[in-house]
Every structure is written in structure tokens, then in C-alpha cells.
Design a protein around this ligand. Structure first.
Ligand code: C5P
Length: 236
């Protein structure tokens, strides 16, 4: 299966988000509802994206709380409508296991390893990452926790993708944000550990998250088509 594109509906205005669903639904596998859209519109965001023809939903709220709180939140019937949810891996396996046990079989839990806007330098400062421990080791450790807790996959940068593939084979799904086609320029870009769609595909990503290069393109449909071409070239 070639790598599939996830488009994050990073808008606060639901109408604007739905415009993109209509525009891209024939070419995009999954629409991601994240904090911006969810905080402004609540569960309606998910319902409306489905009603507009977005078939598969990724609810990216990156849960990070005590297991009991997350378990109770995941009991909502809304969760049954979504294919993926995200949980931070930074606090160990208890939270991850609680999430995995709380969702229905149709919903997959993804563990967020280390956000792609963070560099190794920043991690050293904020997490007091010990000298000698690398970003790769930290990501691998967190991916192992996600796997052991029964998560279907992880969110990781393209930089750690090959390593995760080597360690876990196809046993752990990979979702890669921080994807930048060579032709895209994102003003004030905060993503640090970036890769191109082609590199993500070559390294074995299952899904790539591509937001601003599509959202802010003059021709978003054309931008998606260019990315698909780049990915599909590898399979021909
Ligand atoms: O392509 P772009 O940088 O615009 O994509 C931003 C999206 O990727 C946001 O929705 C953000 O939540 C998501 N994301 C991320 N880094 C992660 C996980 C998700 O940037 N590690």
C-alpha cells in the first residue's frame, strides 16, 4: 500500500474546514481534526466532516492526563466515529494502555513520540535529556512503550522512521508529520525535523501529514496532486 496523505483541518472556522473537505475528499485518505477546529466547534467538527464526505477521521487531541480521565473521555460515542486518536507517550505505558483498552475495535490509538517541531538541542534544555542520549534513542524508547501498550502505531518524524521500521517492521504503523515538498515554502515554519513526501515514502511511512504546503498553496488540489505524483512515481 503506498503512503497515504492525511490533511490536517487546521482552521478555527468550520465552514472553511468543510470547504477543504469538499475540495480534497477525492484525493485525501484521511482528514485530521485537531485542537484548533475541535476547541472552536466541538464534536460537531467530526460529525460535519463526515457529513461532508470525509470518510476517515483522525481526531488529534494528543491526550496527556491521568489514565482515569483519559479513559472516561474516550467513552464518548464520538470516539467510535474516528479511526485514529493520539496519546502522548512521554508519561509511560499506563496512560497508553488505558487508552488502548477504552476505545472500540474500530478506533486505533497512536502514540506521539517526540513532536516534530522539537530539536535535540531543545529537548536537552526542556526534558533535561541526558548527555549521550540521542533523539533517536528517545523516540525508539517511546515507540517501544507504545508497542508494548498495544498501540496500533506511532507519530514520529521522518528522521526516525527508518529506525522504527528496522525495529518493529510493519508491526507498528507510522504517521509522519513535518513533511515539506521541495517546492513548498512555509512562512515562519516551526517544524524542525522535516522530510519530503518522497523520502517519507522511501523510508516506509504508512501515512504522511501535510498541512500548510497544501492549505496555503494557491491551488490546494494541484498541490495534493503533485505530492501524489511524487509518491506514486516510486511505485511505477
Ligand atoms: O504540515 P504542517 O506543519 O502544517 O502540519 C501541521 C499539523 O501536523 C498540525 O495539525 C499538527 O498538530 C500536526 N503535528 C505536528 N507534529 C507532530 C504531530 C502532529 O506538527 N508531531
Amino acid at each position: 500500500m503506498p503512503v497515504q496523505i492525511i490533511f490536517p483541518l487546521d482552521f478555527s472556522d468550520l465552514k472553511e474546514a468543510l470547504k477543504y473537505v469538499h475540495l480534497l475528499k477525492d484525493r485525501i485518505a484521511i482528514f485530521k481534526v485537531g485542537l484548533e477546529l475541535f476547541v472552536s466547534n466541538g464534536p460537531d467538527a467530526v460529525r460535519e466532516v463526515l457529513a461532508a464526505g470525509g470518510k476517515r477521521i483522525f481526531l488529534d487531541l494528543k491526550f496527556h492526563d491521568i489514565p482515569e480521565t483519559v479513559r472516561r473521555a474516550l467513552r464518548s460515542s464520538l470516539i467510535e466515529k474516528v479511526e485514529f486518536i493520539t496519546v502522548h507517550t512521554g508519561d509511560g505505558t499506563a496512560l497508553l494502555s488505558a487508552a488502548v483498552k477504552s476505545v472500540s475495535p474500530g478506533t486505533k490509538v497512536l502514540g506521539v513520540t517526540v513532536l516534530t517541531n522539537l530539536s535535540e538541542e531543545e529537548l536537552k534544555k526542556t526534558l533535561l535529556l541526558r548527555e549521550g542520549i540521542t533523539m533517536k534513542e528517545l523516540v525508539l524508547h517511546r515507540a517501544r512503550m507504545a508497542k508494548d501498550a498495544g498501540c496500533a502505531g506511532v507519530v514520529c518524524s521522518g528522521h526516525e522512521l527508518s529506525l522504527i521500521r528496522e525495529q518493529f517492521g510493519k508491526g507498528l504503523m507510522t504517521v509522519v508529520p513535518g513533511v515539506r515538498p521541495l517546492w513548498s515554502l512555509v512562512e515562519g515554519d516551526d517544524q524542525r525535523r522535516v522530510v519530503t513526501p518522497r523520502d517519507a515514502a522511501l523510508r516506509g511511512a504508512d501515512y504522511i501529514v501535510v498541512g500548510r504546503p497544501v492549505r496555503d498553496a494557491k491551488d490546494p488540489v494541484g498541490a495534493v496532486e503533485k505530492i501524489l505524483e511524487e509518491i506514486n512515481m516510486m511505485n511505477s
